[in-house]
Design a protein around this ligand. Structure first.
Ligand code: RB5
Length: 142
């Protein structure tokens, strides 16, 4: 799967780790930045990743900032994006099974690298359940 990944300065270090981890799982990663720990504004990175998912250029996205909140707020303004801020394996799994999330948001100041890896692993491994959950997703655009 081709996955777009982006972060601001708050998520820059964690992005390096997550990128290497996702590649080690056999996925292709498109890294949109940022590329240093210098202070930057998160909305641009969230928009770039979300546009790639919206246009079908990438199958999924991963966005990392200090809390993950800003990234998720911006990403969810895109009609075809379902961005989920996940703090543990449970929310990661349910965001895929029930919400068919296609963008994963992480808070690098909230969780450690080990938890982030487990979230990413579970999120990428879990399929959407469909059924009643598909009906609910269809109501988003009503
Ligand atoms: C940057 O200081 C911080 O506000 C940002 O990384 C993020 O947490 C915003 O939601």
């Amino acid at each position: 799967m081709k996955i777009a990944i982006g972060a601001d300065h708050g998520g820059f270090q964690m992005k390096k780790m997550v990128k290497a981890f996702v590649c080690s799982l056999g996925h292709e990663v498109e890294d949109v930045g940022c590329f240093s720990a210098d202070s930057v504004d998160y909305p641009g990175y969230a928009k770039t990743v979300s546009e790639k998912v919206q246009k079908g250029l990438c199958a999924a996205g991963i966005l990392i900032c200090g809390t993950g909140i800003g990234m998720s707020l911006v990403a969810n303004r895109f009609s075809a994006v379902r961005a989920a801020l996940c703090h543990d394996e449970y929310t990661a799994r349910l965001s895929r099974e029930h919400n068919n999330a296609n963008v994963l948001c992480l808070g690098a100041r909230v969780i450690g690298d080990g938890v982030a890896q487990e979230i990413v692993r579970v999120w990428l491994d879990t399929e959407f359940s469909g059924g009643r959950h598909q009906r609910r997703l269809e109501q988003f655009s009503d």
